[in-house]
Write a protein that binds this ligand. Structure first.
Ligand code: IVH
Length: 689
């Protein structure tokens, strides 16, 4: 088809969509200031995709639709770096930082007879991902590759194009300098913790092995021959250096970090120009103390002599520049000893080996157990009772055993075999062919029931305030609850009779249960614990079907026609509702007064969307007018999301009395802050609209 076949209004529409999508991307990824919701963005993207499919002449190589990935490659080509991408000198103690500065001063004095009293340093977090170079010609994304050995890496152009934070064309700022004619930018592609945890939850849901840490997840995602896989992974990018540049020059590192965002290229949201080494050390300490709250993993701070003139004089050794140093944070890995290996039975009956270890602090948190994932993993790592092991912790993820330290294996260390019977109910376990998971097939296994109930009440599911794991255990142990509907039949007397439960807490719990009776439909679906139905799929289902009844009546064909629902998931859903026991469980919940709330969109007959859809809120401090869970419910009712930590993707921080460290975090990330009044006004306005 040639261009003349494209109706002019379609061509114009496609151009408008492409331009707006580029702009929204930059707003989202570079300025943390989205003006449309993700759903709206997806809708525009789909419209453009459809137009380009209809008229292939409309598709240009820099079209935002290129982000969906291209057909798989057989192998990667080489990608050369000019000049080479160097590594960084590491420092692990303050003395080493001072020694680094001394060396740099001495070098300047001896080589140039130049006496520098103190350097200005630009300090940035050392992001933990995969180093890449991206080349822009005349403002257009041209190609990109991994760092590799520094001189030559792999050409991963197709994959980098799918990373939403990497612009496909650069912005020409009004009144500012145009992007250089040739620009090789260097930076890190990484996965933030939220994306990482979500990806791992989804992988577990699909019974795929989780990634050990965000770095592995990012590297594994980028080095896929099939870029459509990369496209589905939540990757972020931040640039921090340049290679060859023509038509522009940077006079300092801070100038570089200020210029890149002007052209639409993301840089780390936190960095600081420090007047001397003391200030730089202060920045390091600040980042280190906020490390647990940061939205992504950082393994240290990179100090760079700010002035490019001085950088050039200092030059590089064959390995690393003399003007920069990575001041590393303490590792989140530790060694300890395995005291025992036990087997836990999960909600789906999966039997998971868990190492019980001598307590050890890892990155500030005490750890006593680590998952060994499954039988194959345990064998592959050959972890035995008594072994010394290296363990690591990433985000909120359960710590895991990285490797055994074989040199230290005690002679008496013994391998622990997988049990042949469920350790809880003694039913013979099953391991279906081709699966890594050993499972207890007994649907009324007490462990399966208990885990199902814990899942039902958990924060991501029905989110009943105060109904934590301990209390669920107590309720199960005292035979007060054996299926989800039982929670809603609890009386004050029954609750108050439990150990460590006063009258006041019993009342609070009953109130929380009452409030939980109106969950968003997606939460309700998720809370049922249908295998392979994670939070995301639950949302997709809620949106499509609008009620539990509709969902329960859908057949495999209808289900698979829903975007993102595969045959495996569809089969599980059909099986769930066809099973009399689970059918009864759902009916009992509805009879107990639970009323799942349809997403606003469906309720309004498909027009318009929830006012807060695509916006995420974080709550801190105490609000005088509502409890935290009430505030949360109000936000969710309008389609918003509430998360527990502030990240660059947070839309608003609601700050009540006595806000915690989240406020500082939000300020440094430039997240919009609402006090209670502003929050209430916003709610009132949106409810009214
Ligand atoms: S600058 C000449 N800045 O650390 C400058 N590197 O250990 C060389 N890294 O390969 C790199 N964050 O993957 C620089 N803000 C940052 C960084 C950073 C992470 C990585 C990068 C590099 C490795 C060197």
């Amino acid at each position: 088809m040639n261009e003349s076949n494209v109706p002019p209004e379609d061509e114009e529409r496609a151009q408008t969509l492409a331009r707006e999508l580029h702009e929204h991307n930059i707003r989202y990824h570079v300025h943390d200031a989205p003006v449309i919701s993700d759903t709206e963005y997806d809708r525009m993207m789909r419209e453009l995709q459809e137009l380009e499919e209809k008229y292939p002449a409309l598709a240009s190589p820099d079209s935002p639709t290129m982000r969906v990935g291209a057909p798989p490659l057989d192998s990667f080509d080489a990608f050369n770096h000019d000049p080479p991408m160097r590594s960084l000198e590491n420092a692990v103690a303050e003395e080493e930082i001072f020694a680094f500065e001394e060396r740099a001063k001495r070098f300047l004095l001896q080589t140039y007879d130049r006496n520098v009293e103190a350097f200005n340093f630009t300090c940035e977090p050392k992001l933990d991902g995969l180093a890449v170079e991206v080349i822009y010609r005349d403002g257009f994304f041209h190609s990109g590759g991994t760092r590799g050995n520094g001189v030559s890496g792999e050409d991963i152009t197709q994959n980098l194009k799918t990373v939403r934070g990497i612009p496909l064309r650069l912005r020409f700022p009004e009144g500012g300098p145009a992007p250089p004619a040739y620009l090789a930018v260097r930076g890190e592609v990484f996965m933030n913790l939220r994306g990482f945890e979500k990806l791992n939850r989804e992988r577990l849901e699909r019974e795929e092995p989780p990634f050990a840490n965000p770095r592995n997840a990012a590297a594994g995602s980028l080095r896929q021959l099939d870029s459509r896989i990369t496209a589905a992974r939540p990757l972020d990018a931040a640039f921090y250096a340049v290679g060859r540049v023509e038509g522009f020059s940077f006079h300092s590192q801070s100038h570089l970090l200020e210029s890149l965002p002007e052209w639409g290229l993301p840089v780390s949201p936190v960095w600081r120009k420090c007047a001397n080494l003391r200030e730089a050390v202060g920045f390091y300490e600040e980042l280190l103390s906020g490390r647990e709250d940061a939205p992504y993993e950082q393994d240290g701070v990179v100090l760079k002599v700010d002035s490019v003139e001085l950088q050039n004089e200092l030059g590089s050794t064959s390995r690393a520049p003399r003007w920069a140093v990575a001041y590393k944070f303490p590792a989140k890995q530790e060694t300890t000893q395995v005291e025992d290996i036990i087997f836990q039975v999960g909600r789906t009956g999966a039997v998971t080996p868990v190492a019980l270890m001598k307590p050890v602090r890892v990155g500030g948190v005490e750890v006593t157990r680590a998952t060994l994932h499954n039988e194959d993993e345990m064998r592959r790592k050959d972890v035995r009772r008594g072994d010394h092991v290296l363990i690591q912790r990433a985000g909120d993820v359960i710590p895991e055993v990285v490797a055994v330290i074989e040199e230290r294996r005690p002679p008496a260390a013994e391998a622990v075999p997988m049990p042949l019977e469920c350790p809880i109910c003694a039913t013979p376990v099953e391991r279906p062919e081709g699966e890594a998971v050993v499972r207890c097939p007994n649907p009324v296994c007490p462990a399966v029931v208990r885990e199902g109930l814990r899942h039902f009440a958990s924060r991501r599911a029905m989110d009943v305030d105060g109904l934590g794991e301990k209390l669920v255990n107590q309720l199960v142990d005292s035979d007060l609850v054996s299926e989800p509907a039982d929670f809603f039949a609890l009386s004050k007397e029954q609750l108050a009779s439990l150990e460590r439960m006063g009258e006041k807490s019993a009342e609070n719990l009953l109130e929380a249960l009452e409030r939980a009776k109106k969950p968003a439909l997606a939460r309700f679906i998720y809370s049922l614990g249908i295998r392979h139905v994670g939070e995301h799929i639950a949302e997709v289902l809620a949106e499509r079907f609008g009620s539990v009844g509709e969902l329960s009546r859908a057949d495999t064909e209808t289900l698979t026609s829903v975007h993102e629902v595969g045959p495996q998931v569809a089969e599980r859903i059909v099986r769930f509702f066809a099973d009399p026991a689970s059918g009864r469980m759902v009916d009992n919940l509805l009879s107990a007064g639970v009323e799942p709330q349809a997403p606003l969109k469906a309720a309004e007959g498909g027009s318009g969307e929830a006012p807060f859809s695509g916006f995420s809120f974080v709550l801190t401090g105490t609000l005088s007018g509502r409890s935290r869970s009430e505030a949360k419910a109000a936000i969710e009712a309008l389609g918003g999301r509430v998360s527990s930590s502030v990240s660059k993707n947070t839309s608003f921080l609601v700050a009540g009395e006595g806000p915690g460290s989240k406020l500082k975090n939000a300020e440094s990330l430039g997240v919009e802050i609402l006090d209670e009044d502003a929050f209430e006004r916003m709610l009132a306005r949106e409810k009214g609209s």
